[in-house]
Each structure stands twice: as C-alpha cells, then as structure tokens.
Write a protein that binds this ligand. Structure first.
Ligand SMILES: [Fe+2]
Ligand SMILES: [Fe+2]
Length: 249
C-alpha cells in the first residue's frame, strides 16, 4: 500500500497525530515508518479476513424461506456424513426394510452435525418433534447398540471402534445401561437394524442420491410449515444453528 492511501485510510485522529508528532520531532522518522508498517499489516490482515468470510458466505448454498429436511441434508450436512446417511438408507431400502427404518437410517447420524460425542442422543433430540416415537427410539439407541455385538443377526463389534477406542475399551456405564434397556425393549430390532445398515455404509466413493427417499420423508417426517429452525419447537434453535452455522453468536 502506498503512503497516501495508507494515510487516507487512517482514522483522522491517527493521521493528525502521526503528522504532528513527526513535525515536532516527537517521533523519529524510523519510528513513524514502523508504526505505519504495523498498521498497514493489520489493515491488510483485516481485508484478507473480510475477503475470506465473503468467500465462505458465497460457498454456502441458499436455503428456501422454509427449509425442510431435504434442504438441510443436501445443503448443510457435511458431505462425508451425508454420503454415509444416504448409503445407510440405501442399504435399508435394498433389503426392503419398513419405511420407518429407512428413515431412521437416513437420520441416524444427523446428531453429528451438532456434536460427534453422544451424537445418537443429539440426533434423537433433534428429530423428536417431527418423527414417530419408533424412529426417535431407533436413532437414540443406535448410540449404545453399536458397542455391543449380536451374533444372532451377524452384527459384530465394529473394526472402526477398535481403531477409535483401542482393543480393551469398555463403554461407559451410561452406554451399558442404555444397552440393557434397549436389549429388553420391544423395538430392539429397529435400532439393531440401524446399526447393521450403519456398518455397511462407509464406502467414500459410493454414488448416492436423495431422490429415492423424498417420498418416504414426505410420509414420515413432519416438516414444519414455517421451516426447520423457525417453528418455535423445543429444538428449533438446534435446526437454526444448522441452517446458519457461521454466525459469530
Ligand atoms: Fe452413529
Ligand atoms: Fe453411522
């Protein structure tokens, strides 16, 4: 930046002070230069940050006024999670599982968009106002069931969990408790099926599409007419955060 542009960009008081101090010999020429240098650097950094945040704004696809589940899944979910969710739901569809299980598979890791730890619980809470109790239950308990094999249906302890938690990992007591509850529950198999479809769904190159699920979502997910994040439900703020994740507060 040249000196004239720099001085023009300074606040009036800053420019006047530098000129006055230089004229009176209060600040040595070299000191003025270094003050100018620091200020120029700061201004350039601020400009770069503004450019970066403008670019980020541009990258975020626009949502409709009343966004629904498909919009959030397509435009706000991280690509890796979206791909995994669609693969899980595809697996359920290919096996002719009931539509509510297909939907539970499609939603099972939605909580990851909020937090990875305890994401089954976060996700279940997020969808509760909009799905049947059965779908909510299946998503909630997949968190615990993933840690426990069930040889009767061929579900083994995930390799991934050995890599993540180590060989001798024992799930925490609240997960063990949840497993005991789920194991005895009449809906156990719903959640177990989610964990099974989950396990087959980590192919990063899999080609997936939301299309096969649009009607199922229409039948089993109650999109609020105001849009997710705008309906004043007990979880509206969580959806609102998903729709607009870059706000500073
Ligand atoms: Fe999960
Ligand atoms: Fe998953």
């Amino acid at each position: 930046m040249d000196r004239r542009k720099f001085c023009a960009a300074l606040p009036v008081s800053g420019t006047a002070f530098l000129a006055y101090a230089k004229a009176k010999g209060i600040i040595h020429e070299e000191a003025v230069e270094s003050v100018e240098h620091i200020l120029v650097e700061e201004m350039e950094q601020a400009a770069a940050q503004r450019r970066e945040s403008q670019e980020q704004e541009e990258e975020l696809p626009r949502l409709p006024v009343a966004p629904g589940l498909v919009d959030i899944l397509e435009k706000r979910m991280r690509p890796g999670i979206r791909n995994h969710l669609l693969q899980s739901a595809n697996n359920a569809l290919e096996r002719d599982l009931p539509e509510e299980i297909v939907l539970a598979c499609l939603l099972h890791d939605f909580g990851m968009a909020i937090h990875a730890p305890d994401h089954g619980y976060w996700g279940a809470q997020l969808i509760r106002p909009y799905v049947s109790e059965k779908v909510h239950w299946a998503v909630k308990y997949h968190q615990a069931l993933r840690f426990f094999p069930d040889p009767s249906v061929g579900y083994e302890y995930p390799e991934l969990y050995i890599r993540l938690f180590g060989e001798d990992f024992k799930p925490e007591p609240y997960i063990q408790e949840a497993y005991k509850i789920a194991r005895k529950h009449k809906w156990y198999m719903n959640s177990r099926l989610v964990t099974m479809m989950d396990e087959y769904s980590f192919d990063r190159d899999a080609e997936v599409s939301i299309e096969p699920f649009v009607d199922i979502i229409g039948r089993h997910f109650k999109n609020p007419k105001e849009g997710l994040g705008k309906d004043n439900s007990p979880v509206f703020h969580m959806w609102h955060t998903l729709t607009d994740p870059r706000r500073p507060l």
